[in-house]
Design a protein around this ligand. Structure first.
Ligand code: PHB
Length: 391
């Protein structure tokens, strides 16, 4: 088999890259270890930056998002006995976020690729990549019991945080990993319940952080900070609702409860690998970087990476220009580090750290007062939350 770009991983980065390349007439094959059903059903985050929304709309992926997604013009910060709204729309000159679940984006991408005759191979195993330092790399894998081989010009490593492709970049001499672990996690639930708020609530409290998000008029997504070792089965429905309620009660919010149909613990890590390119291999999305979920940046960063990679590959195929490919890693890492900072900032402003003293809590409240009381501080949060423009 021969293609132009072999894409390892059918998540947001890999599928969006394949879609964008197709629109400019560049061929790709996408492979993934998981089944299509697994990819389309795994619950992840659900906030799309304005740039992601615009790109989806511009490239023909906007129909279901426009119908089923919810445009949010603001977010709420709950702390110290009150709820304070950040009007992102006003503060950013009309930008907003859209709440639309990641697995719905993936369904849209898979449908678009298949409708266009795209080559997607699910449920593959034993991936091996060779020849990255030449100009004809090869990707080998097993699919439906047969050993397959793709010869290509480029390999895109889009295989998420459990990546294989990142490790093809030799550690030490070429690759450096930057890593931070947080001493807490999020307990996430999906519940059949009406929304408790028109817009998301990020809550700071003495008991720790809570986030009230949504999925639809009848399904809500809520999270609360927990011990990374917590076991979801140890928590009854009543205990979960009680814990969330207690974390927002001080600010005057009331949570509407319902049947919880999904519970999971989300680990908290910040991670970046540099560089994101090695020979003919280009990493994108979680294969190269992970952010804590507080800033809702994960999917959006993956999309921003492949937006740059698509243009760089376009310049190569259309004009034999390798300049954008050479600067790919440097270009995308600037945005990655901005998002790392933002996610770390939101996380540290809103969570309770073990060993935190009353001094630390009061300092956090002062910071939240600055963010909600000063229009320039609020604008900083809003600009980053709705997302920097795609470069
Ligand atoms: C979500 O709805 O899953 C969500 C929203 C905002 C975040 C993280 C996750 O910051």
């Amino acid at each position: 088999m021969r293609t132009q770009v072999a894409i390892v991983g059918a998540g947001p980065a890999g599928l969006m890259l394949s879609h964008l390349l197709h629109l400019r007439g560049v061929e790709s094959v996408v492979i993934d270890l998981r089944s299509r059903a697994d990819i389309e059903e795994t619950i992840k985050a659900g906030v799309l930056e304005q740039g992601t929304v615009d790109l989806m709309t511009r490239t023909g992926l906007g129909d279901r998002m426009q119908r089923d997604g919810f445009v949010h013009h603001g977010i709420n910060l709950a702390f110290n006995g009150g709820i304070h709204r950040i009007d992102m729309h006003d503060l950013t000159g009309g930008r907003a976020v859209t709440v639309y679940a990641q697995h719905e984006v993936l369904k849209d991408l898979i449908a678009a690729r298949l409708a266009a005759g795209g080559d997607l191979r699910f449920g593959i195993s034993d991936t091996a990549v060779e020849g990255l330092d030449g100009d004809r790399p090869v990707v080998r894998f097993t699919h439906e019991g047969r050993r397959e081989e793709i010869e290509c010009d480029f390999v895109a490593g889009c295989d998420g945080s459990r990546t294989y492709t990142r490790f093809l970049i030799p550690e030490g001499e070429i690759r450096t990993d930057f890593f931070r672990q947080y001493p807490f996690a999020w307990f996430g639930i999906l519940a059949e319940a009406p929304p408790s708020s028109d817009e998301l609530i990020y809550a700071h409290s003495d008991r720790g952080f809570a986030l009230i998000s949504t999925r639809s008029p009848s399904v809500q997504r809520l999270y609360f900070q927990c011990d990374p070792e917590a076991n979801p089965d140890d928590w009854s429905e009543a205990q979960i609702w009680d814990e969330i309620q207690q974390r927002v009660a001080g600010a005057g919010a009331t949570i509407k409860t319902g049947t919880i149909f999904q519970k999971a613990i989300l680990q908290f890590r910040s991670f970046v690998c540099e560089p994101m390119q090695y020979g003919r291999l280009f990493l994108a999305g979680d294969a190269a970087h992970t952010v804590p979920p507080t800033g809702a940046k994960g999917l959006n960063l993956a999309v921003a990476d492949v937006h740059v990679l698509d243009r760089a590959l376009g310049a190569f195929y259309e004009a034999k220009d390798t300049g954008l490919l050479e600067s790919y890693s440097r270009t995308v890492l600037r945005r990655v580090w901005r998002a790392q900072h933002f996610s770390w900032w939101m996380t540290s402003m809103l969570h309770r750290f073990s060993g935190a003293t009353d001094f630390d809590l009061r300092r956090q409240i002062a910071e939240l007062e600055m963010v909600t009381g000063s229009s320039s501080a609020a604008r900083t949060l809003a600009e980053n939350y709705v997302g920097l423009p795609l470069t």
